[in-house]
Design a protein around this ligand. Structure first.
Ligand code: PLP
Length: 428
């Protein structure tokens, strides 16, 4: 390694043996990284061709205010998203405050009193519990007379097709299918697996609307759930598709009928897609989307690097060092609260923003134990940027994700290990 670079790393808290181990790990990953580069190349061209096809121009970056009638930037952005996801329509708006909001919007735009929603993939993401009313909550779907059933996954993490068939009834209107494991230990589903599940459901009743929570999955594969039969694909713009530049927002891509219902639910009956000023965020939405395949590339490589580094030291990683990836999340299990804290401190010290801050475990609303979070992001809470968090209980698992470039993600991981070495928790 170049002496100048070594000096920078040393000044930034990376010890020589961590550097050496990292180099060795990285050398072993060449072929895997080439495979990821191929996916990125495809997705970069998919995004670029959608922008060219829709004649993206500088005029589309102009801000609108007030009602936002005739916002051609907004309309073009939605066409570009629809082309990328190969759907009839798309709703992409800064008025969607986060991923949870986008999911609630999608569900509440389709479901009516008396309808039933099923999750055929077990327990959904935490915040979905309040949306659905699994946990009693003001404004939940349960309050509006929507019932809910959940079919658990089989022991090996696969779909329980018999139980899904038995769960489906006359009332079943919609399925919610979460692609990423989120903060669970089950595997993340590949798009292909989701396609098989949707085909099975549609064979029983083609009118059941299949919605996929696509958070953390965008651009990890060359196909998206909408390519395999999903009626609605939903995600957050402060994760993968925002490319680290979108300051807010969410998207729903899908059939014209479903997306249209979502427009009327987001604004008001009679208004639909016609209103919604974009206040100047369009350029960042477009530019972030353009960067997104590269950003996902870096985050994926960082996650694979982390799994290989920490697995070589004997820690359990999910996904493991060699598995294929279907999202950008990496879980590392330490069985030790001090290591969890040191790991998160290292991630924080590696951040471009707030790197001088030390994170500590804290009681957070909505959690039943203390939680530690490391995030030094340009966009507050953006988990496409280098970030880590962990609930402070056995098995003491840290969830790590993001990094706007591979170099930064790798540095974060090296810094986390150095921090553990500094504190005497790991010997190299
Ligand atoms: C991030 C995420 C969400 C939504 O989270 P927000 O914090 O509201 O943006 C939903 N589902 C999954 C699987 C997620 O990863």
């Amino acid at each position: 390694m170049n002496e100048k670079l070594k000096e920078i790393y040393e000044n930034m808290g990376i010890s020589e043996n961590v550097l050496k181990l990292s180099k060795d790990v990285e050398l072993s990953l060449k072929e895997r990284f080439e495979k990821i580069d191929k996916v990125t190349e495809y997705n970069q061209m998919k995004v670029l061709s959608a922008m060219q096809k829709n004649k993206l121009s500088e005029a589309h970056f102009a801000p609108t205010t007030g009602y936002g009638y005739n916002d051609i930037g907004r309309e073009t952005l939605e066409k570009v998203y629809a082309d990328i996801f190969h759907t009839e329509a798309a709703l992409v708006r800064p008025q969607i405050t986060c991923g949870t909001h986008a999911l609630y919007l999608a569900l509440s735009s389709i479901l009516r009193p008396g309808d039933e929603l099923i999750s055929p993939v077990g327990k959904p993401y935490d915040t979905m519990e309040e949306i659905i009313g699994i946990r009693k909550s003001t404004g939940s779907l349960a309050e509006y007379g929507v019932s809910y059933k959940q079919v658990e996954l089989l022991e090996d993490g696969s779909f329980d097709y018999d139980a899904i068939r038995n769960a489906i009834s006359e009332k079943t209107k919609m399925m919610t299918i979460q692609r990423s494991k989120g903060y669970l230990t089950r595997p993340t589903f590949s798009v292909k697996q989701i396609g098989e599940l949707i085909s099975f459901i549609k064979e029983i009743n083609p009118n059941i609307i299949c919605m996929v929570d696509n958070c953390y999955g965008e651009f990890v594969d060359i196909i998206e759930p909408s390519d395999v039969g999903a009626d609605m694909v939903v995600g957050s713009l402060i994760k993968n598709p925002g490319g680290g530049l979108a300051p807010i927002g969410g998207y729903i891509c899908g059939t014209a009928e479903c997306v249209n219902k979502a427009y009327y639910r987001l604004t008001a009956p009679g208004l639909g897609s016609e209103v919604g000023a974009t206040l100047g965020v369009n350029k960042d939405f477009f530019q972030g989307l353009f960067q997104a395949p590269q950003v996902v590339n870096g985050a994926l490589k960082g996650a694979i690097f982390a799994a290989n580094l920490y697995e070589s030291l004997g820690y359990e990683c999910t996904p493991n060092a060699t598995e294929d990836r279907h999202d950008i999340i990496q879980a590392i299990t330490f069985h030790d609260p001090e290591k969890v804290v040191a790991f998160c401190e290292g991630i924080q010290y590696a951040a471009p923003v707030d790197s001088y801050v030390t994170p500590t475990p804290w009681a957070m609303p909505g959690y039943d134990c203390d939680v530690i979070m490391a995030a030094g992001a340009f966009i507050s809470g953006a988990s496409i940027e280098l970030s880590a968090d962990a609930p402070m209980h056995e098995p003491y698992t840290v969830y790590f994700q993001g990094g706007l470039s591979y170099d930064h993600a790798r540095f974060g991981i090296m810094r986390s290990l150095s921090r553990m070495v500094e504190k005497g928790l790991v010997k190299l």
